[in-house]
Design a protein. Structure first.
Lengths: 358, 948
């Protein structure tokens, strides 16, 4: 039993966890025909039920998972998996119909809308069942109230509301002004910009993957891998001192992690060139700034001329620029995470002189 | 989508019907569940049960009350009433007529009053409207003015009508009452006789089951209207809860279940129905802490608003109780409230919240004892604590250690002090749980030797006052030690530390003193302690050289002890490596090496000694040369009781995570939290081990829990006054100088009584001292004590208190009797007055001299009957007090042997002054005040040039 627990604890390491979700994501896109079979769908739900159900026998697991604050996140895991699976399944089925030259399922019975009694009745049933769930929930799980707040003894870990845990996770890798201000703004701006960038009319009103491969992949990556899985990670796996804990691990407040992080400039000047850090910030951070400019300015140009040429031509320069900028910003999160895990990289550009750290 | 499609439907409607039916049933059941869950509360069951208990208790009370009613008298009264009623029946016609008339008048009066009120209301309205109109146009409203005047007159007339009818009605009532007087008078008598029984009967009726009140109004969903089962709460306006960002008045809901906490008669019932065990001091309405203003949780702690057993943060006091509660109440440690209830026996820790900085709080025996231990163990020396500042260092000065001890003895001693003196308060610094590995033991030996070397190298010389002391007789010496009072402060036999108590372990234990030091030193010390150590608290017992020699001879026979031997050896290189550790903690390694290279090996040892003393804080308790002004080494404990759990490191110890458990484990083994940790020698915990037993640990934990951050507002505290200040300072002082080891004051102390065959052989009680003796006489007595009770062997020593402190003592006695700062007439009595002559007569009649010393000790009297020399009276006693004392000695000093000669004061058995007790007492007092020639306090010898 302990071996199984250790096994899962191992996978809960943030590096492994992230690689795992990333692999899962790639597998899901790549082998979507297998992923969307009912057998896999049921299999995954059964696995989750078994995992949470059997896991509850472990005291540490129970403390975290059954905590009234965290119960909705358990529900989120099941629902997220189901809806991802369901939408992919519908898309795959439609793609097959399209391959056979048939119309998509949504277009087959376009002339009918089943409102009465089908829609109204099922809505009523849903209303009743949701009321039951809410009533039973409120009886069984006590409101998670705690002792009076104390500025001298804040909770450890101090967690954001669950929907902000992705943001809080970003704070580990980025300076607060980036993770707390710039990136969230870009997320909102980006979501607003998407309809204007993505003008592809296909997939409107029906499920399909084939016709919108890039759009759906980017969305699932951004939402499921970067956002939802970071919420799950922040809820279940981040413990005291914001350290990582396996799902079956005791949240020991004394657990330590060796966190000695190094700036890019220190790598280059101290380890690479072998001299001291230049005193002028611009000289010191020159390489970081160049790297940054390469990433934001040069890379889109190179891509437009190479791999993404067709996109560039299809979208036109303004749409391409905005789209690729948002895309690169999104990718900066996993890249920074990787750089932190692999090289203990703290900042690419670190100019504490005026609080500019990237 | 749906698999089963019919022509017009996406779903199978029959199936949906089933789903709908099932979900509706679920909804119905869950709503019922919700209602029940909301209704079903544990406290309601306690309240239901209590109704039965109250009925039981009321029934018992009713029986007792009925037994108290004189049945014969009651029967007679009832019979009389029947007779009176029969007499009344004769006048029935008249009565009925009067009653009819009265009813008529009453109706008229009601109407008249109504008319009167209407008239007034109309008049007021019109008057106001006229005032407003006239302000707009002062000229043109004369009509209105006339109308208002008429309305006013009408109102007056109606008033007259009301007055007339009222008078008429009162007249009729008077007539009726007169007719019925016989019956009503008897009714009043019967009521007076049966008031208690009828009250209890009424209560029983209220308590009897009643469908509407007990069931209907308490039913689910209706119980918001006027339920009989409801949450009880006490809001304390002057006592606050600290909610970190704000302070709010406490809302204590404890009485929701603890229903009889302030009611007598429930002592035998189990919790939560039992009565508070000390209603005189707490909770009782006449106590200083009534329930309505004090509440519960300010003392007991816990979550005041909660009415569930677990969330109220009940704390079990034993392991057995823990298991019991886990089974019965699903109890678990509540982590949602920072201040869980104090376990039974520790509630007195909360006294200090309002009794701020008081070392002794009357009635708080547990807390007083725990403060006594805290002080005696010298905790305050390393741990700064509010209320314990400015105290002397608890250990003896080591500035002249060379003259007193040998290095070998000191090494043996500090290795394990309790092996040498079982009752000592000196803790064990080395050989503890986190320094027991062979490496640690070697290190300890190196540190011990270096410490000893430092102490002896930095010791001053001391010249004995008598270089060659006379030899004494140890048997004589033993008799002196056991009689003059040494044992009030020193333990000599094999008593335990807590058994002897904090007061009798005030001075160093005398156990095994013979093998500790030399005859010369002991003689020098006993003869005059100040000669060796100016600041010692040891008083001078005014022993002659001969007596001092005897005492010394006896003390030198107290040998023995089983010191712990060194358990490891080490070489210079090892001791150097230890020193290097210490130095590297303050300077870079290279510098540390350079420092060491510049020292000889002796210098290195002394350097190590200095570092070790600095690390373990030996200087906190002992004066050590080179550490003047060093800061204490421990954590400040002034607010330790309110420290948050998160600030305590439980390390790898598997104990319940509560503050009390942390303190208790820490006190049992101060190094326990180093268990299983990898630590460099200088990272280890360093608090020494006192070998506290469980009881001591419990008491010290109580003291720690009492050190609270001040939360309560001034209105909750004792009102400040000069008297309160004098009490607070005095109580601290008489404890810190250990006066109360020998004297009982305010029902505390007087341990010396346990050492003598009879209480009359112990030093006197001092509670009434302030009212009794004259302050200037007492001051002189403090400075130069004399024998007041010649039959006592124990003697008042000469203390070296400053005048400021003596004044505190005097103020304290004054404050106890509330005679502080009073000017009093000097009563000068002429010996020729008639009163004195009668006094003398009575003095002989009452045979005062049979017990009181008058120059000579009365013969053939047991010691418990003897009383002080009356010749001292004019100089010593307060004239007023003598009168109070003669009148009623028991009220001043319960248990005194002084007879009460005027038990029915002011009536008297004696013929003088026409049996007027007042004058008799006064005459005896006057007679006493003519005495003279008794012993007088010795004037202290003041050297020329010294401060007087």
């Amino acid at each position: 039993m302990d071996a199984i627990k250790d096994f899962f604890n191992f996978f809960a390491d943030p590096r492994v966890f992230f690689l795992l979700t990333l692999t899962g994501f790639i597998l899901m896109i790549w082998r979507r025909d297998v992923f969307t079979t009912p057998r896999v769908g049921y299999g995954l739900q059964v696995f989750l039920v078994l995992f949470f159900g059997l896991g509850l026998f472990d005291e540490n697991f129970r403390l975290i998972v059954a905590k009234p604050d965290n119960v909705p996140i358990v529900g989120l895991v099941f629902l997220l998996l189901f809806f991802t699976w369901y939408s992919m399944r519908q898309a795959v089925l439609n793609d097959r119909r399209l391959d056979r030259g048939e119309p998509v399922e949504e277009k087959v019975e376009e002339d009918r809308v089943w409102v009465w009694p089908d829609l109204v009745y099922t809505e009523l049933i849903c209303l009743v069942l949701c009321s039951v769930v809410l009533i039973v929930w409120s009886i069984v799980l006590k409101a998670p109230l705690e002792q009076p707040a104390n500025a001298a003894a804040t909770p450890n870990p101090s967690k954001a509301p669950w929907y902000f845990l992705g943001l809080q996770e970003m704070l580990v890798y980025f300076d607060p002004w980036l993770a707390g201000v710039v990136l969230p703004t870009l997320i909102i701006v980006g979501l607003m910009a998407i309809p204007y960038i993505d003008t592809n009319p296909k997939g409107s009103g029906y499920y399909t993957f084939k016709e919108r491969k890039a759009e759906i992949s980017i969305f699932i990556f951004g939402f499921v891998v970067l956002w939802a899985s970071l919420i799950v990670l922040g809820t279940f796996l981040r413990g005291p001192n914001w350290n990582f804990f396996g799902p079956f691990e005791y949240w020991d407040i004394h657990k330590l992690e060796a966190l000695t992080n190094v700036n890019l400039s220190e790598y280059i000047w101290l380890q690479g060139v072998g001299v001291g850090l230049p005193s002028n910030w611009f000289v010191r951070e020159f390489f970081g700034i160049v790297l940054l400019l390469l990433y934001i300015v040069a890379l889109p140009v190179i891509l437009a001329r190479g791999v993404l040429k067709t996109y560039y031509e299809k979208l036109g320069p303004p749409r391409y620029c905005v789209g690729i900028f948002l895309f690169l910003m999104m990718l900066s999160l996993p890249m920074k995470m990787l750089a932190r895990w692999l090289f203990n990289l703290k900042y690419i550009v670190a100019i504490p002189e005026f609080f500019f750290n990237i | 989508m749906a698999d089963k499609k019919t022509v017009g439907h996406a779903y199978n409607i029959d199936f949906l019907n089933v789903v709908f039916a099932a979900s509706s049933i679920f909804l119905f059941v869950s709503v019922l569940w919700m209602v029940w869950d909301d209704y079903d509360r544990g406290w309601k069951n306690y309240q239901r049960r209590f109704v039965q208990l109250e009925a039981e208790v009321t029934r018992v009370g009713l029986e007792a009350a009925s037994a108290n009613v004189d049945a014969v008298v009651l029967e007679q009264l009832r019979a009389d009433r029947s007779t009176a009623e029969a007499e009344l029946a004769i006048q029935e016609e008249q009565t009925v007529a009067l009653e009819d008339e009265l009813a008529d008048i009453d109706a008229q009066l009601t109407l008249a009053v109504q008319r009167h009120n209407f008239a007034k209301a109309t008049y007021d309205v019109n008057k106001y409207s006229f005032e407003v109109d006239r302000e707009g146009d002062p000229e043109s409203y004369t009509d209105q003015q006339v109308e208002i005047a008429a309305q006013y007159d009408e109102w007056l007339e109606l008033g007259l009508e009301v007055e007339r009818l009222t008078a008429e009605r009162d007249g009729l009532r008077g007539q009726l009452a007169e007719i019925r007087r016989g019956v009503t008078g008897l009714d009043d008598q019967i009521d007076a006789l049966t008031s208690e029984t009828s009250r209890l009967e009424g209560r029983l009726v209220d308590l009897a089951p009643n469908f509407i009140e007990d069931y209907l109004l308490n039913a689910p969903l209706i119980d918001f209207l006027a339920p009989s089962l409801k949450v009880q709460q006490i809001i304390t306006p002057n006592i606050f809860d600290e909610l970190n960002f704000t302070r709010v008045p406490k809302i204590d809901r404890c009485t929701t279940c603890h229903l009889a906490i302030d009611r007598e008669g429930y002592e035998e019932y189990p919790q939560p129905f039992t009565t508070h065990p000390n209603l005189d001091v707490y909770v009782g309405s006449a106590s200083p802490h009534p329930l309505e203003t004090t509440g519960c949780t300010v003392c007991h702690e816990g979550m005041p608003q909660s009415v569930s057993f677990r969330d109220a943060s009940h704390t079990p006091s034993t392991e057995e109780q823990t298991h019991d509660w886990e089974d019965s109440y699903d109890w678990a440690e509540s982590h949602l409230w920072d201040y869980p209830m104090l376990p039974r026996g520790m509630a007195e820790a909360s006294c200090a919240k309002c009794h701020v900085e008081e070392v002794h709080i009357p009635e708080a025996d547990v807390l007083n004892l725990s403060y006594g231990l805290y002080e005696r163990a010298g905790c305050y020396a390393c741990h700064k604590t509010t209320g314990f500042e400015g105290l002397r260092k608890p250990g003896p000065s080591l500035m002249k250690i060379k003259a007193k001890l040998t290095p070998e003895w000191v090494a043996d001693w500090i290795r394990d002090p309790r092996r040498v003196k079982p009752t000592t308060w000196m803790p064990r610094v080395w050989y503890n749980s986190n320094t027991s590995s062979p490496e640690d033991v070697r290190r300890s030996e190196a540190e011990i030797d270096a410490t000893v070397a430092y102490l002896f190298a930095n010791s001053e010389d001391h010249e004995f006052a008598v270089p060659v002391p006379p030899r004494g007789d140890s048997a004589e010496g033993q008799a002196i030690v056991e009689s003059v009072g040494c044992l009030g402060c020193h333990v000599a036999g094999d008593e335990t530390r807590l058994g002897a108590g904090p007061r009798r372990t005030f001075g160093q234990a005398l156990q095994n003193i013979g093998s500790k030091t030399t005859y010369e030193w002991v003689f020098d010390w006993v003869r005059n302690p100040q000669h060796y150590s100016e600041l010692t608290y040891m008083p001078d017992l005014r022993l002659t050289d001969r007596e001092a020699a005897d005492v010394t001879a006896y003390l030198m026979t107290l040998g023995g002890g089983d010191p712990r031997a060194a358990e490891a050896t080490y070489d210079q290189a090892f001791s150097d490596s230890v020193l290097l550790d210490y130095l590297r903690a303050i300077v870079p390694t290279a510098e540390a090496n350079a420092m060491m290279a510049g020292m000889s090996s002796d210098e290195r040892t002394l350097e190590l000694g200095e570092r070790v003393i600095g690390r373990y804080g030996c200087f906190s308790c002992h004066d050590i040369d080179g550490f003047e002004g060093a800061q204490p080494v421990g954590t400040e404990l002034s607010e330790e009781g309110t420290k948050l759990l998160a600030q305590l490191d439980f390390s790898f110890l598997d104990i319940p995570h509560t503050k009390i458990d942390w303190f208790e484990n820490k006190l049992h083994d101060p190094r326990v939290y180093d268990q299983n940790r990898v630590l460099q020698p200088l990272e280890k915990l360093r608090m020494p081990d006192y070998g506290f037993n469980s009881e001591e640990v419990q008491l010290l934990t109580t003291a720690l829990m009492s050190f609270q951050r001040s939360v309560q507002p001034a209105a909750a505290l004792m009102p400040g006054s000069a008297r309160q200040d004098a009490l607070r300072l005095g109580r601290a002082l008489v404890r810190r100088r250990n006066c109360i080891a020998c004297h009982q004051v305010e029902n505390d102390g007087g341990d010396y009584r346990t050492l003598v065959a009879d209480p009359s052989l112990a030093p006197p009680l001092l509670t009434p001292e302030g009212a009794k003796v004259k302050p200037d006489w007492l001051y002189a007595f403090f400075k130069g004590p004399i024998t007041i009770r010649p039959w006592l062997d124990v003697r008042m020593p000469t203390f070296t208190l400053t005048d400021q402190h003596w004044n505190q003592v005097l103020d304290y006695f004054g404050a106890i009797s509330n005679t502080i700062g009073e000017f009093r007439a000097h009563t000068i009595v002429s010996s020729r007055g008639g009163s004195v002559a009668t006094g003398s007569e009575l003095f002989d009649l009452l045979r005062c001299q049979q017990c009181h010393v008058l120059d000579e000790i009365p013969a053939d009297q047991p010691t418990e009957n003897l009383a002080p020399d009356l010749r001292m009276t004019p100089e010593r006693l307060q004239a007023d007090w003598i009168i109070d004392w003669l009148r009623d000695p028991q009220s001043i000093q319960p248990g005194t042997r002084m007879p009460a000669y005027w038990p029915d004061f002011p009536e008297a058995f004696y013929p003088q002054f026409d049996q007027d007790g007042e004058q008799q007492v006064r005459s005896i007092r006057d007679h006493l005040l003519t005495f003279s020639g008794g012993p007088r306090p010795v004037e202290p010898v003041v050297e020329a040039g010294d401060e007087p």
